[in-house]
Design a protein. Sequence first.
Length: 206
Amino acid sequence: MAAQKTIRRQPTQARARERVERILTAATELIAETGSDAVRMTEVAERAGVPIGSLYQYFPDKPAILRTLAMRVMERVRDGLRQNLEGVESAADAIARIDAIMVGYYNLFLTEPVTRDIWSGTQSDKALQELDIEDSRQNANIFAAALKPLVAPSNHGRLEATSFLLMQLSGAAVRLAIAVDRKEGDRLIAEYRLLMRRKLESLLAG
């Protein structure tokens, strides 16, 4: 489902996969230099060293490129979430790890401007919004699975709903924080971390 909303033609041969990687690398470089709004498909093709027709074989338009890049960010974040929640031993351990994950997620957008610009370039993209919700759902499954041993079985349904909500709200909180000046953004994230901590303390205590 997700792939159909990004790459039009799936590369199966090594040469085709290498061409797609060149296209995505070129797009990332151009976004870093000028911002996503200014990037043109002809520029991406030229930077990647591929004919414009070949570019359109894989990506029907610029939003498709941005969606693919955004999905790679999602996959990177999901892998980090899975690794950082592996082997949680206690409620205190879980809360500390989750807080560190939130800090790392915010820092990703602060330290990699191209990541910020990819997201800002897809804010009105309905297909990406759908992918974003599905991404939150997958992250919530990882999150809930890690915490279930610490939560009473009678509260597992509540844990699953809370996990889904927190995963979606975390993305929204970071996107808001990077849209304002740094001082205000830091304050917003600090408050969100506190809200998340309190919610988890209540759930884990129950």
